[in-house]
Design a protein. Structure first.
Length: 252
């Protein structure tokens, strides 16, 4: 288990209030290089709100977000993405009518814009095409580059979505329920892929599949009602009485 990697992403004292509802209350979390940090909790615990704040989709009411040592609390989502943060969503967000290669190339283009090249076709940019091919290969889709994304299996689409993230050359990956709707074989494939990505990235994984979480996570943070009730190594989370009561279920 990795406990000493560089902190790539941190939320410090995050609070989010919607009207009179406190969605997050003084939540802190760190994502380190070489680590899969799982974020778990019941529906309504505040997981998605926290991820949205870390990604820059919504601002915190209080607290700080740091990315690669910089205070990015006021940065937009695109600026954070260009700085090295990528995320996937609960629902697959691909362009189904475009090929696998073009899906990845469009994301690579966002990382490598060429506003001066007004007379050349972006689709023929060798830099972004090379980045797209590398990303597709890393997620096992190198032999399906020309296939329309909409024709991929559910697991293939989730692989593609991860490939689209990798095409932006991120250092931090926020993966929101990447195993949703997958069968056992597809789950094993995705977990193996996440494990392969671990050495060069910091990964925050939001997931409801507890078997998968305990297989892959280096650290687990548990949220209940907008607060962190525990953040520790998996074996300690499994034995944590408060976590058992609030989320994993009481022992017989």
């Amino acid at each position: 288990m990795n406990a000493t990697g560089e902190v790539l992403l941190a939320g410090i004292g995050i609070r989010r209030v919607w009207g009179g509802l406190v969605a997050l209350d003084d939540v802190s979390i760190e994502v380190r290089r070489g680590e899969v940090h799982a974020l778990i909790g019941t529906n309504g615990a505040g997981k998605s709100t926290l991820v949205n704040i870390l990604a820059g989709e919504i601002p915190p009411s209080a607290g700080t977000v740091e990315l690669l040592g910089h205070d990015v609390s006021a940065w937009s989502q695109p600026r954070r993405a260009r700085a090295g943060l990528a995320r996937s969503y609960q629902r697959t967000t691909i362009f189904p009518e475009f090929s696998v290669l073009e899906n990845c190339r469009l994301c690579a283009q966002a990382k490598h814009p060429r506003p001066w090249a007004v007379w050349s076709a972006a689709a023929r940019c060798e830099t972004t095409l090379a980045a797209a091919r590398r990303a597709a290969a890393r997620v096992g889709l190198e032999d399906q580059l020309d296939r329309p994304a909409g024709l991929l299996s559910h697991g293939g689409r989730r692989q593609l979505e991860l490939g689209m993230c990798l095409a932006t050359d991120p250092q931090v990956l926020l993966l929101d329920e990447p195993l949703a709707g997958m069968g056992a074989e597809e789950t094993d494939r995705m977990l193996a892929l996440i494990d392969e990505l671990r050495p060069g990235h910091g990964i925050l994984l939001v997931e409801h599949d507890m078997d998968a979480v305990f297989r892959i996570a280096d650290r687990i943070t548990v949220m209940v009602n907008g607060q962190v009730i525990a953040s520790d190594l998996p074996e300690r989370i499994r034995e944590n009485r408060e976590v058992q009561t609030a989320y994993l279920g009481e022992r017989a």
